[in-house]
Structure formats: structure tokens, C-alpha cells
Unconditional design. Structure first.
Length: 323
């Protein structure tokens, strides 16, 4: 399934929907936070409980305490996993991801600051019990002075020892992919989270040499036994560009415009994928185009709007249910 959350916007409520990836029909919907909250509900799908079925992880945007919450795919709250990765006083928005970051067989939640800083923390998860409130890893990818925030993804893009790529095959450990928010030349940094101090393994400068309005990142699963790729999507005034990168490559392997031909629009774009033939994009902040766009290849392929999603208004966020 595909998970839709909401982005910053004066009319957006923290409504989370699970939709069919073929038809766009809504399977489940629920409020992640109080319905009056307008800061957005960020979403990520991952098996937190260890039962082999992906749960829905949510985090709020700016304007309320940054509490991460976990729900079943049917919207049932799992309050034992709720916690505040930056303390209950932090209200500048939280970005989230999850994966096997610190080792094979482990489950970790990754949280980043959306605004006011760029701190990223990794928290151990004990399936069936909860999430530790004490981070096991911490990084500040873009330096202490940068206040524009981060976006996050996790992807098994290869086998690493420290800072070195030793094989272009998956090893069961997901790397941390960190995109920069607005206010600096767009960058994406990849970290090996196994060392106690995560090791920087790659830095890219996506979209263009002058682009500084922030990017979002997402995993692109390829096939069983093959390393993941990852996608980088442009923010404001970025032409809805979505680039795909492999391993520690510096140059995109493919790209397309998720919402090409939409004159006068300048929204953020958020992208998620089930595989290389099922890539989904939505418009975030300042979005005007409703629904979920589906592309059938990293180079664009065939583009269509999921019919059942056509009336779902932006600003939106998107993820997929990953076990």
C-alpha cells in the first residue's frame, strides 16, 4: 500500500490515508494528531513490531510538540511506541525514517529536525516493547550553523566497511540518506550507521549547481538480491524534478519531472516507490495539483494519476508500507 500524510498548509489536517497502489482507492484513514493541527503529518511505513507487517509511523510538522506515533496499517494506535526524539519542548517539526541502521536484524528509528537545525538521531527499537528515548547515534550533517532542516530515507545501497563501499550488493543493513532543507546548495549525504559515529560514505549535489530550495529523499527498491537505489525530489521551484542515484554515484542514473507541464506551479515534490515500475509522487507545500501521480520507470515511463486519489488535495506527504 501507499501511505499519504499531509504537509505544511493552512487547510491541511493531520489526516493519514492508506491507498491502493493501483486504483488509488482509500483503504484506511485516521487522524494522527488533533484535527485542528495545521502543521502536517509526516509518514513512513516500516515493521516496527517485528510481526512481519509494516506499521505506519507518523511525526508532526511545526507547531506542536514533536511526538512520533505508531499505528497499525488499519489506524489502530500503538502508544507504547510513542516518544519525543528531541524532547517535549521541541516544536519545529520532525522528519522520520526507519530501518536496520545499526546492524543486521536490528530495528532503528531515525528522526531529524525539520526546521531550526539539522540534527539527526537514531533510536533503537525493541519490537513488541517500544522505542528507546536515548539515541544510539547522532549526526549533524550540514554543520552547526545550518537551520534549514533535513529530510530522511533509509536504503540498503550496498555493503560498507566504515566509509568504504566494499561491494555493490545489499548486506541487510540500511544506510541513512539525508537531504538538505532550504537555505544552502542542495546536498544529499549518505551515512553508514553501524559505527558509533556514523561514517559519511557519499555526498552528492542534486538538481542543479544553483539550486538551494531543499530536496526530499526516498528509497527505490530494485529487486531481491540487488542493492536499493534512492530518489531525490526537488523542493520549491525545482521543476518537479525527480533524480535516481545508485550506490555512491555522483551523477543521476535517471530523472523525470513528476508534474511536468503544470504551468505556474512551484510546489515541493515528495516521492515514494514500491519498486522501479511503481513510483508515486505528490505535491507538498504550495501544491495545486490533486491526487497521486504514478510513473512506471525512474526515467518517467508512463505517467498517470491514480483514479481514486484524484480528489485528494495537496499539500501531501507520501510513503509506502515496507516490511
Amino acid at each position: 500500500g501507499v501511505i499519504l500524510g499531509t504537509d505544511i498548509g493552512c487547510t491541511s489536517t493531520p489526516l493519514v490515508r492508506v491507498i491502493d497502489p493501483t486504483t488509488g482507492a482509500v483503504r484506511t484513514q485516521f487522524y494522527a494528531y488533533e484535527p485542528t493541527f495545521r502543521g502536517g503529518a509526516h509518514v513512513f511505513g516500516y515493521d516496527i513490531t517485528g510481526d512481519g507487517i509494516a506499521e505506519i509511523i507518523t511525526a508532526p510538522g511545526p507547531g506542536r510538540p514533536g511526538e512520533v506515533r505508531v499505528f497499525t496499517r488499519d489506524g489502530v494506535p500503538l502508544p507504547q511506541y510513542n516518544f519525543f526524539p528531541f524532547g517535549s519542548g521541541y516544536k519545529n517539526g520532525v522528519e522520520i525514517a526507519a530501518g536496520r541502521v545499526t546492524g543486521v536484524g536490528r530495528t532503528d528509528l531515525v528522526a531529524g529536525q525539520q526546521k531550526g537545525g539539522n540534527l539527526v538521531r537514531v533510536f533503537p527499537v525493541t519490537p513488541g516493547t517500544g522505542i528507546s528515548s536515548t539515541p544510539s547515534r547522532q549526526i549533524q550533517p550540514f554543520g552547526a550553523a545550518f537551520r534549514g532542516g533535513v529530510t530522511l530515507a533509509t536504503a540498503d545501497i550496498g555493503t560498507f566497511t566504515g566509509t568504504r563501499l566494499t561491494a555493490a550488493v545489499p548486506d541487510g543493513i540500511t544506510e541513512i540518506i539525508v537531504g538538505s532543507g532550504p537555505g544552502m546548495r542542495a546536498q544529499v549525504k549518505t551515512y553508514n550507521g553501524v559505527p558509533n559515529t556514523p561514517a559519511l560514505v557519499n555526498t552528492i549535489f542534486p538538481i542543479s549547481s544553483t539550486y538551494a530550495n531543499g530536496v526530499s529523499v526516498a528509497a527505490l527498491p530494485v529487486a531481491a538480491g540487488m542493492a536499493d537505489k534512492y530518489m531525490v525530489s526537488a523542493g520549491l521551484n525545482g521543476g518537479s524534478k525527480v533524480e535516481t542515484y545508485a550506490g555512491i554515484g555522483k551523477i543521476p542514473a535517471a530523472s523525470f519531472a513528476a508534474f511536468s507541464g503544470v504551468a505556474g506551479q512551484r510546489p515541493d515534490v515528495w516521492t515514494a516507490a514500491i519498486d522501479q515500475s511503481q513510483i508515486f509522487s505528490v505535491q507538498g507545500q504550495y501544491g495545486k495539483t490533486s491526487g497521486v501521480k504514478k510513473n512506471t520507470a525512474p526515467s518517467g515511463g508512463t505517467s498517470s494519476t491514480l483514479p481514486g486519489s484524484a480528489s485528494i488535495l495537496p499539500p501531501l506527504r507520501i510513503s509506502t508500507l515496507r516490511s
